[in-house]
Design a protein around this ligand. Structure first.
Ligand code: ATP
Ligand code: TZE
Length: 525
């Protein structure tokens, strides 16, 4: 590329659509302000414009992009790109072939290609595309799509595939497109990281998130902040779980006790939002308080926005699911994602009905979670295993023959911490896997002991930026199980009823010294 031409930076890629403009600003103003807010590359897409009008518009936009040193690509129309001297073009599968476009534009222009399958992606890379627009991530009104939205995991499959191609002639870059906004940006970037190597996409492409707002500069700034978080601060971006992955178990134990101490000492009181089931809601609120957190059970969809900035962590538990509750869960998870608030997902009885399975699949596709916690049958249902069956909310039988492989593999696939409860609890972030051998059979004799584990995890994993989710999860799991052991050993506990009340007392009484001395933890991977 000639020195005077702008550098290809795909971090925040704006695709225009003049049909979406809010009315108060022209397309040129919108692009200008969006660039000031942090857009790094612009594609002018005018599907219905007459050639002359398209060229006039492209010249005006080019002035703005050149001033900012940002590349301008023209969608589909090689003639328009040539006429105005744009920096390149973006083509789809139905447009002129990549080889022809390259021949016409020469080696120095940027050519991007929309790809929707492994085959299309491979062909575009082999044909010398400068970048791929991998789509469609989510359903959108912007463009009539012929292929079903693939969700982040489908996008990741394509990204992973192209990065594995032997001997590419140039570095492979890619963005994804389709329904991306500031709410899902971090989730999309996190969950499209390759399974081998943890390599993120180069950026995200947006249309309506910027074009349809009154404040394109602000919208672009928000997107940039989210992309920066995902690429630099999300726990998947950090040299991940460096604490949990140290060989020295003493280091892990100390980190766990530190996380516990922060809450116990009162130096931090996490505000733990729950949208949980009707059976356990009161027990979970009391457990949260007893551990040093502050519970807040906000469920109404319209009410999710206001408290969101001060929520420390969010528990989503589908125990007594109803349609209206799902709307509230979606609104809460959307806000949590915007604020990078850790989400603990408890897929209660997910194997019991197709409805539950569908709700969980959609929540995971659209928002993901930082922690998924379930008993063996719930994890089996999610991971697509037939090995462990459920009966209602309970897991049947003795569990998996290889629980470590199951939790580790599922955690890798979901890009989150997975906690599988039972007589032995397994916790994994996909790289390190631990067992916790604390707890008491009386926990299985009261309802909601699994749901209270969700509360405990969320209480200790109160900040994605400051707490390693696996360390926080170990702290929550060990603390609640030690409380159960202490309660069960008391003379005044005569059975499940007195155990239930005493269990809360012992969560309140547990000291960091007891955690340190009595936690039975084993590294399995
Ligand atoms: N036999 C046992 N020995 C020790 N701890 C146990 C035993 N059974 C369950 N637990 C503990 O109880 C807690 C809940 O785990 P469990 O697998 O029973 O959850 P669950 O089936 O989801 O519960 P629920 O549906 O009642 O909420 C975990 O902390 C686990 O360690
Ligand atoms: C019994 C029960 N049914 C739905 S949720 C719940 C609480 C334990 O998971």
């Amino acid at each position: 590329m000639a020195a005077s031409e702008p550098k290809l930076d795909l971090t925040l890629y704006l695709v225009t659509d003049s049909g979406m403009l809010s009315g108060s600003k022209t397309l040129v103003q919108t692009v200008d302000e969006a660039i000031q807010g942090g857009v790094t590359i612009v594609q002018l897409r005018e599907k219905t414009a007459e050639t002359g009008d398209f060229i006039t518009l492209a010249r005006k936009v080019l002035k703005v992009t050149r001033k900012a040193g940002v590349p301008l690509l023209i969608n589909d129309r090689i003639d328009v790109a040539l006429a105005v001297g744009a920096d390149g073009v973006h083509i789809g599968q139905d447009d002129m072939s990549l080889a022809d476009v390259r021949r016409i534009l020469g080696p120095n222009k940027i050519i991007g290609v929309t790809v929707q399958s492994l085959e299309e992606a491979e062909a575009a890379v082999r044909g010398g595309a400068n970048y791929l627009g991998i789509g469609t991530c989510y359903a959108t009104l912007t463009k009539q799509v012929k292929v079903e939205p693939q969700g982040p995991s489908g996008i990741r499959d394509i990204w992973e595939h192209v990065l594995k191609l032997p001997n590419p002639t140039h570095p492979i870059r890619a963005v994804t497109i389709g329904g991306i906004n500031a709410y899902n940006a971090v989730h999309v970037l996190d969950s499209t990281r390759t399974l081998s190597g943890n390599i993120p996409l180069d950026g995200l492409a947006v249309v309506s998130a910027i074009m349809a707002t009154e404040e394109p500069r602000l919208a672009a700034q928000k997107m940039r902040a989210q992309i920066r978080f995902a690429l630099e601060n999300s726990w998947l971006a950090r040299p991940h779980s460096n604490l949990a992955s140290t060989e020295d178990l003493q280091v892990v134990r100390r980190a766990v006790v530190d996380v516990f101490m922060q809450i116990k000492s009162g130096s931090h009181t996490p505000l733990v939002q729950h949208i949980t089931n009707l059976v356990v809601i009161n027990d979970c609120a009391n457990a949260c308080l007893a551990m040093g957190g502050s519970p807040i059970m906000v469920t109404e969809p319209e009410e999710q926005h206001d408290p969101a900035p001060v929520i420390s962590s969010l528990v989503i538990n589908i125990g007594t699911l109803d349609k209206q509750q799902v709307v509230g869960m979606r609104a809460a998870m959307r806000e949590a994602r915007l604020h990078n608030t850790p989400i603990v997902l408890d897929p209660v009885a997910v194997g019991a009905s197709k409805y539950r399975a569908q709700v969980i699949a959609e929540l995971l596709r659209d928002f993901g979670a930082h922690v998924i916690k379930g008993n063996a049958s719930e994890i089996a249902a999610l991971a697509g295993s037939e090995e462990v069956k459920s009966r209602g909310v309970d897991s049947l039988g003795s569990g998996f023959s290889d629980p470590v492989a199951v939790v580790t593999e599922y955690s890798r696939r979901q890009r989150c911490v997975v906690v599988m409860t039972g007589a032995v609890d397994y916790l994994s972030d996909g790289r390190s896997t631990f067992a916790i051998r604390n707890g008491h059979p009386l926990q299985a004799a009261i309802t909601g002991s699994g749901c209270m584990v969700g509360t405990a995890l969320a209480t200790y994993i109160h900040s994605i930026a400051h707490v390693d989710p696996l360390i926080g999860a170990i702290a929550g799991m060990a603390a609640i199980n030690l409380a159960a052991e202490h309660a069960a050993s008391r003379n005044d506990v005569k059975g499940p009823g007195t155990f239930r009340a005493t269990f809360i007392d012992e969560m309140y009484n547990l000291s960091s010294q007891q955690l340190q001395d009595e936690m039975v933890i084993e590294r399995l991977l």
